[in-house]
Design a protein. Structure first.
Length: 315
């Protein structure tokens, strides 16, 4: 098993009506937890890093760490740049062995987004790397992504066809009602599945058969994990995520990649808080980080089995 790109992952996911989990990484324990969880389910997985994570750990360190842990776990994984802000960041990731990159030009005017995305696609494809882009704008906050409530916009289906045609991008992140961060909804969760279906149908009619769609901002924000954080001193009030049944429905359609970052952060935080509270005399980082790592592994296994449906996708 090895570091791969996402093309075959997405092809199998589309045909099998499931989605590949894309989990954000920042350190060794997170990488180990994710890959051990994926290995337990015999599932392919995507490890992704934001620019903040690149600044924190360094692209070379992240790549080497992922490769080493892949060798231990025997999992197929893609190493992906999440929300790449510019061509320069894309180049750094490609130079350091990333197999997939995302350029996020959703905050630009449409024609500028097309132009910049096409430049990234041309560079990445020349180096054998696949590209994801975003059309539409998700609300919420996650690292460099900050879109105020009321400033988001849903993906226009006709514009999506034009965008994919003109840029040559390999997968498209769409806005259908998900959002970044732990506070996704004030009322009931709503995803525009009709819009998702229309985008997929129009792509197929335009000649883009089995075209992979991506959902960002799709963490479930499990109430039990929130309760555990708050039980041990956290103050995460009113957090709400995407219900599992909605994500399962999206995965049964054209969505081949579902991004989950907040869930990883919450699992890590819950594990560390619980460890500190139950063993206040302990000061060995391996103790509390080990607990957090186990929480991440259990989370990933649960998402793969109960939400994504990618069990045995490496067969």
């Amino acid at each position: 098993m090895a570091l791969v790109d996402s093309k075959q992952m997405f092809k199998k996911a589309f045909e099998g009506k499931y989605a590949i989990g894309a989990f954000n990484i920042n350190n060794m324990e997170i990488v180990q937890g994710i890959l051990r969880g994926a290995a337990a389910c015999n599932s392919a997985v995507i490890l992704q890093t934001s620019k903040s994570a690149l600044n924190y750990a360094g692209p070379g360190c992240l790549h080497a760490m992922v490769k080493a842990i892949l060798d231990e776990t025997g999992v197929d994984a893609a190493l992906h740049l999440d929300h790449g802000p510019d061509l320069e960041t894309v180049k750094v990731c490609i130079e350091n062995g990333f197999t997939s990159v995302m350029f996020d030009g959703s905050h630009f005017e449409y024609e500028e987004n097309v132009k910049k995305t096409k430049e990234v696609v041309e560079y990445a494809h020349a180096h054998g790397v696949v590209v994801e882009a975003e059309l539409g704008k998700l609300e919420g906050v996650e690292d460099e992504v900050k879109v105020e409530a009321g400033q988001g916009s849903y993906t226009d289906p006709d514009q999506a066809i034009d965008f994919v045609t003109r840029t040559g991008v390999d997968s498209l992140a769409v806005a259908i009602g998900t959002s970044h961060g732990a506070y996704k909804f004030k009322g009931d969760a709503k995803l525009d599945f009709e819009r998702l279906e229309t985008i997929s149908e129009k792509l197929e009619k335009a000649g883009f058969d089995k075209y992979p769609i991506v959902l960002h901002g799709a963490s479930g924000v499990d109430p039990a994990v929130i309760d555990l954080c708050n039980k041990y001193g956290g103050q995460i009030k009113g957090a709400k995520g995407i219900p599992a049944e909605m994500l399962r429905k999206a995965a049964s359609m054209a969505v081949c990649k579902i991004n989950m970052d907040t869930d990883i952060r919450l699992a890590m935080t819950a594990g560390i808080r619980q460890s500190f509270a139950e063993k206040p005399e302990a000061f060995d980082p391996r103790g509390y980080l080990g607990v957090a790592r186990t929480m991440v592994q259990e989370l990933v296994e649960s998402k793969i089995r109960n939400v994504l449906g990618s069990v045995d996708s490496m067969k």
